[in-house]
Design a binder for this molecule. Structure first.
Ligand SMILES: [Zn+2]
Length: 171
């Protein structure tokens, strides 16, 4: 199986954080807090999505149907993102012009400051010039106080990935 363009995902329940990260990184990612395994398999098949799960039996069922599945056995978000990058080559950099809304998977669009005047606190408006709005749910984003934490997580994740690429995954 091969993909035209960027990989798209469906993430199993309990992995909501992974789903939010994939969306921020710019990947079309479905996630439901509750969904039956058979529906995950059906959606993956119909929409050519890669399944991400911690459930080995779900992964085996997916592979039997010739679907792609990533079995996440690592526990930290840094390792999990690195593992997905190792398997399917996602980029571990955030570019908000390509990001999707972590809440709803909608596309973000960059807007001028005057479009968000009544939607963000005044102190944020004073400090920031760049804003993005979700086309679907309307949530506003900017490079705020969480940004350093996000960058730090991705920096660690990239370090893990390059270690695995150099020395092999099992070291
Ligand atoms: Zn949204």
């Amino acid at each position: 199986m091969y993909f035209m363009g960027e990989p798209v995902f469906i993430v199993d329940t309990m992995l909501g954080r992974v789903a939010r990260w994939l969306r921020m990184l710019g990947y079309d990612t479905l996630y439901y807090k509750r969904i039956d395994d058979w529906r995950i398999l059906k959606i993956a098949e119909e929409e050519n999505r890669i399944i991400i799960t911690r459930d080995r039996s779900l992964c085996n069922r997916a592979l039997k149907r010739k679907l792609r599945c990533i079995l996440l056995e690592h526990d930290t978000i840094e390792e999990r993102l690195a593992f997905i990058a190792y398997k399917v080559g996602i980029r571990l950099f955030i570019d908000l012009d390509r990001s999707r809304c972590p809440v709803c998977n909608g596309e973000l669009v960059r807007v001028s400051k005057d479009k968000v005047v009544d939607k963000v606190p005044k102190r944020v408006l004073e400090k920031h010039e760049d804003f993005w709005v979700c086309r679907r749910c309307g949530k506003v984003y900017w490079l705020g106080m969480h940004w350093r934490g996000i960058e730090e997580t991705l920096r660690k994740s990239r370090a893990i990935l390059s270690k695995w690429k150099e020395r092999g995954l099992r070291v």
